[in-house]
Design a binder for this molecule. Sequence first.
Ligand code: 5GP
Length: 179
Amino acid sequence: MNDANIGSVVVDEQELQQRISELGKEITSDYQAHPPLLVGVLKGAFMFMSDLARAIDLPVEFDFMAVSSYGSATRTSGVVRIMKDLDLDLTDRHVLVVEDIVDSGLTLAYLRKNLKARGTASIEVCALLVKEGLQKVDPDLRYVGFRIPPTFVIGYGLDVAEEYRNLPYIAEYAGPLAP
Ligand code: 5GP
């Protein structure tokens, strides 16, 4: 895509797919005894969830929830609102939360608490990207795709005002940031 707002590539398509295949193998081995219920966090994780699920050789189930953080487009405040809740009951389920990116970790901390209160058997997190050094709380991530520098990134599910989600790689956002 020829767009001046797409900055340098942070993780290219081949690296993404290679790592996702490794994560899938790890998850397959860890969850042999009890296949997980994958909980995708919309919208950012939809592409990762789709590729990751195909890399897991187990009968997984899927559900999705949509959350929105109050605050500016490029910064979260830690106040999270559930825009779409899960369809499935989580009682006694082994839940694997699939997240696009962990920045402050506040969204995830909220989600973990909220899901745990529903009586899950276990909750683990698989995050594609983690920004180095920015976490305000310990995000306790079982699976991590890539640790990246703390810049704002787009692509592979991640957007700016709903654009750039369909880039097959992760790039720095080089356009104007919200105030
Ligand atoms: P946290 O609560 O960890 O600070 O923020 C997590 C959420 O903020 C992510 O799920 C994502 O929606 C959004 N976010 C954080 N960093 C970025 C980024 O670099 N690019 C994009 N597009 N969204 C981000």
